[in-house]
Design a protein around this ligand. Structure first.
Ligand code: FAD
Length: 424
């Protein structure tokens, strides 16, 4: 049932919605959040072990720049939840360790020595417990997405959060965006609406003649228990290891006298099943053996304890979909976060809060066709964060509007493929 008017309407209470909600609450705005799930983070953000990885040194320049900026924003945005314990990025086993080349690549990617250090397998063994060549990123972090969302949506002041509320369509009356239920009844309205509902955004904008090329990519993460007498003990990591997937530091439970290893993830394109698969268990056991450089290890000693399964929302060019469409003032997108929910959610909050501010300023000045001026003002402020116009355009939903993208920016919408293997 519609209640008091809010400044911002957010659809989706995962990590994207949490970042958006947090930034607007910090600005003193009132926020209303509608989510179809029974509690916050009941979608893919029901994830306790998400990595915030600063490094992607062999990625294309555009993705590298975005990652670099988003990492800095994520660290600020998620500060209370940020566990900065470092991440060791293992080189592919086939890659030769060339320290000076790696240092050159790191410097050109913007990392100074404090932020990234190449390590030979022998040095890595000492620091990480794992004997592999790679790069140590001491500022790499993990966050618990579920806990973060739960904390943010439990705030009372200026926030109205509604669970079990499915938005079936949205419409615009020239001033307000309206969220409607299946029977066309008004659920909520506001001048600004943010679609932070992952795959759900596709249906909501279909009625506006926007086609979002989103696809589901299922992922499974496993917790394995290892007995204190297992030969795996010599290979367990003391820090997060990333490479072909990732692995968290092993934790020891004095009661059960067992170690727990969290390993992930499978990357199953066009799959939506939330059931745990034995094929993914097997895949993750293999990942563990490869990441920890114990390929002869007995996989049966990795005893299945638990699984997390989620479905990533991925755009066809693998970039997130973030920001406004100037022809539809007040409509904002924060979706397609793929495998980088921690980073892209923070980026979305930074971009959308600037765009909303610029749009509100334009509205206040009473100009009727000021969307382009609003966009220009927002771009100028975003440039101060390092987010130049080409970066903002590359992730804008505008790239999916036929013929809407200026030719000069069109090249940025080419597929940007991830650095590593498909498993993330
Ligand atoms: C196995 C696995 C490992 C991962 N590891 C990492 C990692 O290490 N680091 C990292 O950064 N990311 C990681 N990710 C990705 C990360 O989990 C996601 O990018 C992130 O959770 C997506 O957040 P979201 O808010 O966009 O979507 P969601 O968390 O899915 O939230 C969307 C919300 O919208 C709601 N909704 C949808 N449609 C509607 C509607 N019509 N009306 C109302 N509400 C609606 C849903 O109920 C849901 O709560 C991983 C993902 C998986 C699956």
């Amino acid at each position: 049932m519609p209640q008091a008017q809010h400044d911002i309407l957010v659809i989706g209470a995962g990590i994207a919605g949490a970042a958006i909600t947090q930034v607007f609450l910090q600005q003193g705005k009132t926020v209303r959040v509608l989510d179809s799930g029974p509690k916050p983070a009941s979608g893919t953000s029901a994830h306790a072990f998400a990595l915030a990885h600063p490094g992607l040194i062999r990625a294309r320049p555009l993705l590298r720049r975005l990652t670099y900026i988003a990492f800095a924003l994520a660290k600020q945005t998620w500060q209370p939840f940020w566990r900065e314990e470092g991440i060791f990025q293992a080189l592919k086993p086939s890659t030769e360790f060339n320290e000076s080349l790696l240092n050159e690549q790191l410097v050109s990617a913007g990392f100074d020595q404090d932020a990234a250090q190449p390590l030979r397998a022998s040095e890595a063994q000492h620091l990480t417990g794992v004997s592999r060549d790679g790069i140590w990123f001491p500022k790499g972090a993990t966050i618990n997405l579920e806990k973060t969302c739960t904390t943010i949506f439990s705030q009372q002041d200026k926030l109205t959060y509604e669970a079990n509320t499915i938005v079936t369509s949205i419409s615009y009356d020239g001033v307000y965006w309206q969220a409607l239920d299946q029977k066309g009844r008004l659920l909520a309205k506001a001048k600004s609406v943010v679609l932070a509902c992952a795959h759900g955004a596709k249906q909501l904008v279909a009625g506006l003649q926007i086609t979002l090329p989103l696809k589901p990519v299922r992922g499974q993460l496993n917790q394995f228990q290892i007995s204190a007498t297992s030969s795996w003990l010599k290979y367990l990591p003391t820090v997060v290891i990333s490479g072909e997937g990732y692995c968290l530091p092993a934790s020891y439970d004095a009661n059960t006298k067992r170690y727990t290893l969290v390993v992930g993830s499978s990357y199953d394109e066009n799959e939506t099943s939330l059931a745990a698969w034995t094929s993914s268990d097997a895949h993750n056991r293999q990942q563990a053996a490869s990441l920890l450089n114990y390929v002869d290890g007995n996989l049966a000693e990795l005893n299945l304890a638990n699984s997390f399964v989620g479905v990533r929302c991925v755009a066809n060019d693998r970039l997130p979909i973030i920001g406004a469409i100037s022809s539809m003032p007040g409509l904002y997108f924060a979706t397609a976060l793929g495998s980088r929910g921690v980073l892209w959610s923070a980026l979305a909050a930074a971009i959308i809060s600037e765009q909303v501010q610029a749009q509100e300023a334009a509205n206040l000045q009473g100009r009727l066709s000021t969307s382009n001026q609003a966009s220009t003002a927002a771009l100028a402020r975003l440039a101060r964060l390092g987010l130049s116009a080409d970066l903002v355009a590359a992730i804008s939903p505008v790239r999916f509007l036929a013929g809407a993208l200026p030719a000069a920016l069109a090249s940025n919408s080419k597929p940007i493929l991830p650095l590593e293997s498909k498993a993330k």
